[in-house]
Design a protein around this ligand. Structure first.
Ligand SMILES: [Zn+2]
Length: 154
């Protein structure tokens, strides 16, 4: 087994364990969706995961994909990143971080928190405390930029 395969296998097993710790049954369909998340890496959409999970045989319906992703998000196992009202991505990286979204290519990239600093923040409403700041920087390709090639497996 290659080290990449071993690593993936390790992540799937630890993810299954995390499901059980959250009181969620690690059903075959949930594990298939978790596997699709790991296989894709990066920031898949629900559609990406639908295609990946059904690559070999069509066994997971769209509703199951959405319900499972919502369940994973609600349990803090993955993060949901909505870049606009119609585009949502899913992120296995649940540590706080920022993103760059390319409007032209639909690509979402991670930005380490240390790469961003805020000089000044507005006063928070009374009776509240800061929970998290997440930033999405929307970019467009400059005219000279070559079209980006889709990630392998897309
Ligand atoms: Zn991310």
């Amino acid at each position: 087994m290659s080290s990449a395969m071993m690593q993936k296998s390790f992540f799937i097993h630890s993810f299954a364990e995390r499901l059980r710790q959250q009181g969620i049954a690690a059903t075959r369909q949930r594990l298939r969706i978790a596997k699709a998340l790991f296989e894709h890496g990066g920031h898949p959409s629900a559609q990406d995961l639908f295609l990946l999970a059904n690559r070999q045989q069509r066994t997971v319906c769209r509703a199951t994909i959405y319900n499972t992703l919502n369940l994973f998000v609600s349990k803090g196992l993955i993060q949901e990143v909505s870049v606009d009202s119609s585009r949502t991505f899913y992120d296995l990286n649940i540590d706080p971080h920022h993103h760059i979204f390319n409007i032209d290519t639909g690509e979402l990239l991670d930005v380490e928190p240390a790469a961003v600093s805020f000089k000044e923040l507005p006063p928070l409403p009374q009776g509240t405390q800061q929970e998290e700041i997440t930033l999405i920087i929307r970019v467009r390709n400059t005219r000279a930029a070559a079209p980006s090639t889709p990630a392998p497996g897309c």
